[in-house]
Design a binder for this molecule. Structure first.
Ligand code: DGT
Ligand code: CA
Ligand code: CA
Ligand code: ZN
Length: 502
């Protein structure tokens, strides 16, 4: 028998990542390289976008399909970027595009508008005041942020930015801007479901508008809301447009949580532990920059076991004195005394209850044993009367560490039963709880807290990412504890104490 590998040429080094993708054989890589002159992953993107794989002699349609699917998988596993980075780049592109006199407006679409935790590519929709799209596409695509153009069509250009992110820029006129916005916000699954629904109701839906399928006449397109209305649907926030379930299950929901409703930041690290700013500098910055905040909670790690970047327990009183001093200068008790304590192997917090009792807010987090099933530990931590919140509950670090195994039903039931909050940690590589866990927690009646876990002043903006997770988890104001005044948080703590004393 002939060895299947015997006649396979080696995969060229520049295309090595391709060789690691399931469904792509060395022979296929070789044929693509030879016949299309594809010598890098970048060339391959161009070839796929220009439908040139279809011209390769010896590649069957099913193989082409496999390569495309595998390449999509390669993209998802290897090169998705955190929402934070994509948002900064997307906002910069929006600003750049708005400078062109022909551009009437521009908006983010795709997963960026839906607020997904990681982003495959940036999608932008531009409304123009003139019809010569092709000429203008070249002009837009040559903005300063562009590294090179991958593909260009009549109303669409795909570019690679200097920061190596990829962006799709699509054009529309005001007549069908809303339809394109809806269509290209996706998700693809959601857009497809809308299409089928439109067909069932005697319409045809696409990026150019909603048309009567009998007459071909356009009946809606300028605004998303016009299309929803024509289809007899309630408007659905972009963060909820993920799967077909969102079509029915999420109709007539109360308004989703918004950043403006947050009344304080519940997890902040200072230069007393691993942060870089003083308590006074943080208080001054936040009271000016986030005037909606009525309170902020300092939660430095306190540990006797971990030597570095933590506050030793003997310094708690000195830190309390400093918080009192700054509060005194501000003439309020704006700064709350919190702590982040480790959840030990047993599930108990490292700090003893008589110490925990002295804090205004206690976050307990797992910082060890990331591979074992942590269900029991998390439940045990919830059962401590002085633990108010579980920090970054799933322990994932996006692109670095998967979440540890947990029976979430059991943990959220314990949190609801004991009156313990769960954190939506807003750091870009955490976003923990994620959207799906947020939704499950809310279904189980668990209260959530959105906080920054900031180490520097720039980190305080992260809470907007946490808000995106909460919105994707269908959270309303009542689900988020820190949309309330501090009195409401105090009542939440008192209720837990009462509950566990029974
Ligand atoms: P990503 O980029 O992987 O984070 O996810 P998306 O959702 O941004 O996906 P992307 O960039 O491929 O497409 C953006 C949106 O455009 C997508 O959510 C729906 C729409 N779209 C693009 N291509 C198609 C298509 O072939 N069919 C349908 N129904 N929608 C599409
Ligand atoms: Ca995208
Ligand atoms: Ca795209
Ligand atoms: Zn932590």
């Amino acid at each position: 028998m002939k060895s299947p590998l015997k006649n396979s040429p080696p995969i060229p080094a520049s295309l090595a990542p391709l060789g690691r993708i399931r469904d792509i054989t060395p022979r296929e890589v070789f044929a693509i390289q030879e016949q299309l002159g594809v010598n890098s992953i970048r060339d391959l993107i161009v070839a796929i976008n220009n439908k040139r794989l279809e011209t390769v002699d010896g590649l069957k349609p099913v193989q082409i399909k496999n390569i495309k699917r595998a390449f999509k998988l390669y993209k998802t596993a290897g090169s998705r970027v955190p929402l934070w980075d994509a948002r900064l780049a997307g906002d910069e592109l929006l600003r750049a595009l708005s400078q062109f006199p022909e551009v009437e407006k521009a908006a983010l679409t795709g997963s960026l508008r839906r607020g997904k935790d990681t982003i495959g590519d940036i999608d932008i929709l531009v409304q123009l005041n003139e019809a010569d799209h092709r000429k203008l596409l070249y002009k837009l695509a040559r903005m300063a942020q562009t590294d090179h153009i991958i593909a260009i069509g009549p109303h669409h250009v795909c570019i690679v930015l200097r920061n190596q992110l990829q962006a799709d820029i699509r054009l529309a006129t005001h007549k069908y801007f809303g339809a394109s916005l809806l269509y290209y916000t996706g998700s693809a699954q959601y857009s497809d479901t809308l299409k089928s629904l439109a067909t069932a109701k005697g319409f045809r839906f696409g990026p150019e508008g909603l048309a009567d399928s009998q007459t071909g006449e356009y009946v809606a397109g300028e605004r998303e809301t016009d299309i929803y209305r024509q289809l007899g649907l309630d408007y659905l926030e972009p963060e909820l447009r993920e799967d077909h379930q969102s079509m029915t299950a999420l109709q007539s929901l109360p308004p989703l949580i918004s950043f403006n409703q947050l009344k304080g930041d519940m997890q902040i690290h200072t230069n007393w532990s691993d942060g870089s700013e003083s308590i006074a500098a943080i208080a001054k910055y936040l009271s000016h920059t986030f005037p909606q905040y009525q309170y902020i909670v300092i939660t430095d790690h306190v540990s006797a076991k971990r030597p570095n970047h933590v506050l030793p327990p003997e310094d708690i009183f000195r830190q309390t004195a400093e918080i009192n001093r700054v509060n005194g200068l501000m003439g309020s008790d704006y700064i709350k005394k919190g702590v982040e304590t480790d959840i030990l192997e047993s599930g108990d917090p490292e700090l003893a209850n008589d110490i925990l009792q002295q804090f205004d807010w206690v976050v307990a987090s797992i910082h060890t044993d990331f591979t074992r099933d942590n269900t029991d530990r998390l439940i045990r931590a919830c059962e401590n009367p002085f633990v108010h919140c579980i920090g970054h509950p799933s322990g994932r670090l996006i692109g670095i560490r998967p979440p540890y195994p947990v029976n979430w039903e059991a943990v959220f039931e314990a949190a609801a039963r004991t009156g313990t909050a769960m954190e939506i940690n807003s750091r870009p590589n955490r976003l923990d709880l994620n959207d799906n866990l947020v939704r499950l927690a809310v279904d189980k009646g668990v209260k959530l807290v959105i906080d920054s876990d900031a180490r520097t002043l720039a980190h305080f903006d992260f809470v907007k990412l946490g808000v995106s997770m909460a919105r994707r988890g269908a959270c309303c104001k009542k689900d988020i504890l820190n949309t309330g005044r501090w009195e409401e948080i105090a009542a939440f703590k008192a209720a837990k104490l009462q509950l566990l004393r029974k």
